[in-house]
Design a protein around this ligand. Structure first.
Ligand code: URA
Length: 237
C-alpha cells in the first residue's frame, strides 16, 4: 500500500541532481565550494510504515556510505527509533539538501562543513516536494530547523495554491510565518500539510545531533517521541 515507484524515484533523483548541480555550480565561488563534484546522497528506505524523516543534508559519513543518517547523528537516530519501537527499514529517510554542505577548509586541501544557505534550501525544495508526492507519507518527521522551515514553506505553498494566486502581501505574510517556525516553539506538535490529493501529519523534532551538544534536550525528545507513537497509533486505526 505504501510502496513507491522506484523507477520514478530514480528518474526524479537524476533529473533534479542535474538541475540542482547547474544552479549550485553558478555559485561555486560565493559558496567557497572545494574542488571536485558535489557529493550527493539520495533519500533511501521504504514507506511500509507510512513515515518519512527529513534531515538537513548528508555529512562525510553519509557520502562514504551513500545513505542518509549513517554517521554519529544517524546512530542516535537509530537508537531513538529503536526505543520507540520503529524498524528503521520501514521508514523513508531523506534530507532537504541532497549534497554535502562543504567548503574549502582553512588549511589548503582541507574541507569543512557549513550551514545551508537560503538559496540552497529554496533550490532543493522542488526535489523534496517531488519525493513527498511519490512516497505519499502519512506522517512526516522533520529533524531540526532547516527541514522544519522547508516543510512549513511547502505546506503554506500548497495551501495558498489550493486557494488561488498569492498577492504580494500574502507572500510576505507566509514568509514571516515560516520565519517564526522555530523548533524550540513547535517541537512535538502535530501540524498538518495538505498536498495535491493527500494530507500528512507533520511533527517537528529536534535534530538528533543536538542531543550530543545539549543533553538536557533528551527529556523533551522522549516526550516528543511519545507524541509520535500516539500519532502513529491513531493513523493506523
Ligand atoms: N546526516 C544526514 O543525513 N542528515 C543530517 O541532517 C545530519 C546527518
Amino acid at each position: 500500500m505504501f510502496a513507491y515507484n522506484l523507477q520514478e524515484m530514480e528518474h526524479l533523483n537524476g533529473d533534479f541532481q542535474t538541475r540542482c548541480t547547474r544552479e549550485v555550480e553558478k555559485r561555486r565561488d560565493t559558496l567557497k565550494l572545494p574542488a571536485g563534484p558535489l557529493e550527493y546522497v539520495y533519500g533511501h528506505g521504504s514507506c511500509a510504515a507510512g513515515i518519512m524523516l527529513i534531515g538537513e543534508a548528508p555529512g562525510k559519513d553519509e557520502v562514504r556510505m551513500g545513505r542518509p543518517f549513517v554517521g554519529k547523528a544517524g546512530s542516535i537516530l537509530s537508537e531513538i527509533l529503536e526505543n520507540t519501537g520503529f524498524d528503521r527499514e520501514d521508514l523513508y529517510i531523506t534530507n532537504v539538501v541532497k549534497y554535502r554542505l562543504s567548503r574549502e577548509g582553512k588549511r589548503p586541501g582541507t574541507v569543512a562543513n557549513r550551514p545551508a544557505t537560503t538559496f540552497e534550501i529554496t533550490n532543493s525544495m522542488l526535489w523534496l516536494i517531488g519525493e513527498i508526492l511519490l512516497v505519499r507519507p502519512k506522517l512526516i518527521l522533520t529533524l531540526g530547523n532547516v527541514p522544519l522551515k522547508a516543510m512549513r514553506h511547502i505546506a503554506q505553498y500548497f495551501q495558498a495554491t489550493a486557494q488561488g494566486n498569492l498577492t504580494e502581501l500574502e507572500k510576505s505574510y507566509y514568509e514571516e510565518y515560516v520565519n517564526m517556525s522555530e523548533i524550540g516553539m513547535c517541537h512535538g506538535r502535530q501540524l498538518t500539510c495538505s498536498f495535491k490529493d493527500f494530507t500528512a501529519t507533520h511533527i517537528p523534532l529536534y535534530h538528533p545531533a543536538s542531543l550530543i551538544y545539549n543533553r538536557s534536550l533528551r527529556k523533551a525528545y522522549d516526550a516528543d517521541m511519545k507524541e509520535v507513537q500516539r500519532c502513529v497509533a491513531l493513523l493506523s486505526e
